[in-house]
Design a protein around this ligand. Structure first.
Ligand code: NAD
Length: 504
């Protein structure tokens, strides 16, 4: 642990606030690894007064950062990506230690950060506006995009570094400054990332407060972010109830928000699909990151003709799941993030039994020092029972049968979340129907690949209670800028739109 902290410029005791200088004299939090319950390091939270100073500096930094040409801002993001390459091993290991995901997934998460930096460097030369034909003679109509301000980035524990980078790489090239409030479950990785950004900004001679940090309780520091008009955009990743609260507060002051909330991913397995692809995609989607991805596969909807055989094959895989220390290569599943998550999973299993589900396997706590290991659970259900409609953030997979493709799509869409979905089929009519307006109602709809593991190139996000936000690739950058439309008259005369005449 000491080597990892040292490689990232950290120590046993760290301060949780940054805006050009490190601050934090609030509550000291001992960060414990879910892998074995061992203490990793201490973090001092920021007080509300320290938060005020952090925000004031981050806001002040915007005044000069927004004037730096976008391609020059892109150079900073290129250097950020290079630093992340250098620190990939250490940062990926810290992600695994602090959050409990498999080491290869921790390294994959850092790779995702590098990828979004590369994407954003190109983007820094492509913040395109439009020109439109004007209805008036010798007039020009154009749209351009300007920096927005401070982006408050509030992140969930399960992707402790990638979500910050999705937001930060884009915000930086867009000319915004960033104030990050990470999950209190993963503060160390946030300090590590902020140190990396600090070094890069200092190397270039820019104000390091451009990437600020404030670690503290969501109900305290989070609410200060939600309610402060200096924060132009709040990009919030977390649960649906949390997003509902954040959305209300930010909307009240007419701030902008990006809401990336809970999912309830489903895979439809057609009798015309490749069952090996289905098994692998579903198994990884359900147990990867111990079922703690917003895009995790939580429901499988299988054609009745292949249902018994498919269920038995999946059950076989579940029985053999290697569970243990996520740093060991052979283990496919590590711990849940904390004991509370284990209790939530056990409670959901009890509820589904009462509601008519049949547990086929799993839900057994494993003896371990940290107390966070549990076997993945496979449950047979007659359809979307009330508990199935909820997002239980744990490796519980509900299995149900369907008769017609229309029925399968209705089951897939029959929940309040709308993030990720997939169909496994080799029938083009089925896959096109699934992708059509009559098909999946989710922000992500895949064919012959699972619900999780999105690439950074596409816009990421979901519909309905998932919040409607988009971040990462495609044109998601537009949420981080303000649009300005201009009419430019070079006629030397006054001509009004809509043919209105003005006789003086
Ligand atoms: P959470 O809702 O408990 O916490 C998320 C963040 O909100 C944390 O940083 C927390 O401190 C903060 N917070 C708490 N109260 C707040 C307040 N009053 N104001 C502002 N912020 C506040 O979520 P979690 O358990 O960390 O993460 C799991 C959830 O996140 C799941 O529902 C998962 O689906 C969702 N998630 C969604 C996406 C996505 O892109 N859609 C990605 C990852 C996780």
């Amino acid at each position: 642990m000491q080597d990892v902290l040292k490689a990232l410029g950290m120590s046993d005791s760290n301060r949780g606030g940054f805006s050009g200088e490190w601050t934090g004299s609030g509550k000291i939090q001992a960060v414990v690894s879910p892998i074995d319950g061992a203490k990793l390091a201490d973090v001092a939270n920021v007080t509300p007064a320290e938060f005020e100073a952090v925000l004031a500096r981050c806001h002040a930094a915007f005044a000069s950062w927004k004037l730096v040409p976008a391609p020059k801002r892109g150079e900073v993001v290129r250097a950020l990506g290079d630093e992340l390459r250098k620190h990939k091993e250490a940062l990926g290991t810290l992600v695994s230690l602090e959050m409990g995901k498999a080491l290869r997934e921790g390294l994959g998460e850092v790779q995702e950060m590098i990828d979004i930096c590369d994407f954003a460097v190109g983007l820094s030369r492509q913040l395109y506006g439009l020109t439109m034909p004007s209805e008036r003679r010798q007039h020009r109509l154009q749209e351009q995009w300007h920096p927005l301000g401070v982006v408050g980035v509030i992140t969930a524990f399960n992707f402790p570094v990638a979500v910050w980078s999705w937001n930060t790489a884009l915000a930086l090239v867009c000319g915004d400054t960033v104030l990050w409030k990470p999950s209190s479950k993963t503060p160390l990785t946030a300090i590590a990332c902020t140190r990396i950004a600090e070094k890069v900004l200092r190397d270039f001679g820019y104000d390091p407060a451009i990437c600020s940090l404030a670690i503290g309780k969501g109900s305290e520091i989070g609410d200060l972010i939600n309610t402060d008009p200096r924060v132009a955009l709040v990009s919030y990743t977390g649960s649906v109830p949390g997003g509902r609260h954040v959305g209300r507060l930010v909307q009240e002051r007419f701030g902008r928000h990006i809401l990336e909330l809970g999912g309830n991913g489903a895979v439809i397995v057609s009798e015309k699909g490749d069952l090996e692809i289905a098994l692998r995609s579903i198994y990884f989607g359900a147990i990867g990151t111990s079922g703690q991805r917003c895009t995790s596969t939580r429901r499988v909807i299988v054609h009745e003709s292949i249902y018994p055989a498919f269920r038995d094959r999946l059950l076989d895989l579940y029985r053999k799941t290697p569970i243990g220390d996520p740093r060991m290569d052979g283990n496919l599943m590590g711990p849940l993030v904390d004991r509370a998550a284990v209790e939530t999973m056990l409670a959901a299993i009890e509820t589904v039994k009462v509601q008519g589900g049949k547990v086929l396997f799993g839900g057994e706590k494993l003896p371990n020092a940290g107390g966070c290991y549990i076997t993945p659970c496979l449950v047979e259900v007659p359809g979307n029972l009330p508990i199935v409609k909820e997002e239980t953030f744990a490796p519980v997979l509900y299995l149900m049968a369907y008769r017609t493709i229309e029925e399968a799509i209705a089951l897939q869409n029959g929940v309040s979340q709308g993030l990720s979905s997939a169909i496994i089929t080799n029938d083009q009519r089925e896959s096109e129907l699934f992708l059509s307006a009559a098909g999946s109602d989710c922000g992500l709809a895949n064919v012959n690949t699972g619900t999780s593991g999105a690439e950074i190139g596409g816009a990421f996000g979901g519909e309905k209670e998932t919040g409607g936000g988009r971040e990462s690739g495609s044109d998601a950058w537009k949420a981080y800028m303000r649009r300005q439309t201009s009419a430019i008259n070079f006629s030397g005369q006054v001509e009004l739109a809509q043919g209105i005449t003005l006789e003086l």
